[in-house]
Design a protein around this ligand. Structure first.
Ligand code: NBP
Length: 482
């Protein structure tokens, strides 16, 4: 009988798995390493893990036998069929109450299905968002676990030891049932898309509108990083802007096309599925799609004209507006992200702790920022807060910054600089604060051409149809297709 010495097993010895194992080892846990290609176990034990308490296994059976009960097994393998393949092989080797954790970038709907299916087999399944890349995995990631709540007490000591800390608090807490952890990770990645796009737009206005040199831009980002925009992404932008190699600044020589493959797109699709206006992330995904049309853009640049008259900008004043516009847009983007979380929680019956989620993103991950502390405070103050924009702190901030957002968006329009995320932020803000939108006309149009009916103000719930032309019938439609 093999001795049950390991606190946890980790399957998947690529960049994330290896670093997370070393992190767990640093915190005193005995980890058993396994990988589909078992030569990687040998190489890991002989190199990166040499001199540590890490042990290895060369079959799943051997790995399972080395684990303390209840067994805790974490997968860090390519999302998709690889996860199901391992689950299938593991289940016959496990006992009731054992735990499988998927730390990859799995789709939340897959996690939902896996949690429910495994519960019936007596296995506690957890789908955990892991953010922060290689460095995060090694020295403290943001961890977003969800799934079967019965697993949490057993994995909490390990997860809260190895995760990032913000002001001494762990950037990891139980997110919610079934697919909640992976859903929150997906929204996190969508917000990351939004933050990056907003910064790119600010850079484009500085470069094209203000004609700033890169060192000036870098100095500006450095200044912003000491104020309300203090964040990892502003900090690395400062460093990227000043980076030079033997040919000079590197940034201008990088091809201006971007792909979009996973979670940003999934967030936008979910927003449409749940009917939540997460416009800023949507525009950020589309901005990447437009960037990918480089050949067409180059052709169009010599055919299609931009603004015929320029505008003069006061550099110092405009940079102040730009900072406040960026801050306002960031507030709107996070407000939209939390709106999506709230709606999904309602649909799936997840009991999400919004302040806790803000804290999970506060450290260890790409969107880490000081600003997330203010979001945590807002949700701690009022866990039932409907919208971040209605919180005292954030409504005051918006009231202070909204005019700067207008100055920046309108200037960008006059300069012909594309600012899809900044303008989506402003359009959402104006829509959200408008008591009467023009959807009355929309409903009238629908009723005119399709007899779809409408409600009169003050008579909500009662649907009526008007014969707008005098020659249509009085029968209303029962389908809702426009
Ligand atoms: P990869 O996503 O590159 O996956 C490599 C691992 O998956 C190896 O252990 C490989 O085994 C295994 N694997 C593959 Br590929 N196909 C398999 C199959 N059909 N059956 C069994 N095992 C299979 O590793 P990673 O970059 O470390 O990421 C791990 C997970 O964490 C992914 O879901 C990723 O999306 C997520 N993630 C990554 C980052 C990051 O910064 N890289 C950040 C956050 C989350 P082999 O050695 O035998 O080929």
């Amino acid at each position: 009988m093999t001795e049950q010495v390991a606190d946890i097993a980790l399957i998947g010895l690529a960049v994330m798995g290896q670093n997370l194992i070393l992190n767990m080892n640093d915190h005193g846990f005995v980890v058993c390493a396994y990988n589909r290609t078992t030569e990687k176990v040998k190489s890991f034990l002989e190199n990166e893990a040499k001199g540590t308490k890490i042990i290895g296994a060369f079959s799943l059976k051997e790995m399972v036998n080395k684990l303390k009960l209840p067994r805790r097994i974490m997968l860090l393998v390519k999302a998709g069929p690889a996860v199901d393949a391992f689950i299938e092989q593991l289940v016959p080797l496990l006992s009731t109450g054992d735990i499988i954790i998927d730390g990859g970038n799995s789709e939340y709907k897959d996690t939902q299905i896996r949690t429910e299916k495994l519960e019936k087999q007596g296995i506690l399944f957890v789908g955990s968002g892991v953010s922060g890349g290689e460095d995060g995995a090694r020295y403290g990631p943001s961890l977003m676990p969800g799934g079967n709540p019965k697993a949490w007490p057993h994995i909490k000591p390990i997860f809260q030891a190895i995760c990032a800390k913000a002001n001494g608090e762990p950037c990891c807490d139980w997110v919610g049932e079934t697919g909640a952890g992976h859903f929150v990770k997906m929204v996190h990645n969508g917000i990351e898309y939004g933050d990056m796009q907003l910064i790119c737009e600010a850079y484009d206005i500085m470069r094209t509108g203000l004609k700033l040199q890169q060192d000036e831009m870098s100095t500006t980002f450095d200044k912003w990083n000491k104020e309300e925009l203090n964040s990892f992404l502003i900090e690395i932008t400062r460093d990227i802007l000043k980076y030079k190699d033997e040919k000079g600044y590197l940034l201008e020589r990088i091809r201006d096309t971007a792909g979009q493959k996973g979670t940003g797109k999934w967030t936008a699709i979910s927003a449409l599925d749940y009917g939540v206006p997460v416009t800023l992330i949507g525009e950020s995904v589309f901005a990447r799609c437009l960037s990918a049309l480089q050949a067409e853009r180059i052709e169009a640049s010599s055919i299609l004209k931009g603004p015929t008259s320029g505008i003069e900008l006061d550099k110092t004043k405009f940079l102040d507006h730009l900072k406040l516009a960026l801050y306002a847009s960031k507030i709107i983007s996070y407000a939209q992200g939390f709106m999506l979380l709230r709606e999904a929680a309602k649909v799936h019956n997840w009991n999400l702790n919004y302040g806790g989620i803000a804290l999970m993103w506060r450290g260890g991950c790409i969107i880490r920022s000081v600003f997330l502390q203010d979001i945590k405070v807002a949700f701690d103050k009022n866990p039932k807060l409907n919208n971040l924009l209605l919180d005292d702190f954030f409504s005051k901030a918006m009231n202070k910054c909204q005019n700067s957002l207008r100055v920046v968006v309108s200037s960008a329009v006059m300069l012909g600089v594309p600012v899809p995320a900044l303008s989506a932020a402003l359009a959402f803000y104006d829509g959200y604060r408008t008591a009467k939108l023009p959807a009355n006309l929309l409903q009238a149009q629908r009723d005119y051409f399709g007899a779809h009916t409408y409600e009169l103000l003050g008579q909500e719930g009662k649907f009526v149809h008007t014969n707008w032309t005098g020659h249509g019938g009085n029968v209303s439609a029962s389908t809702y297709d426009a």
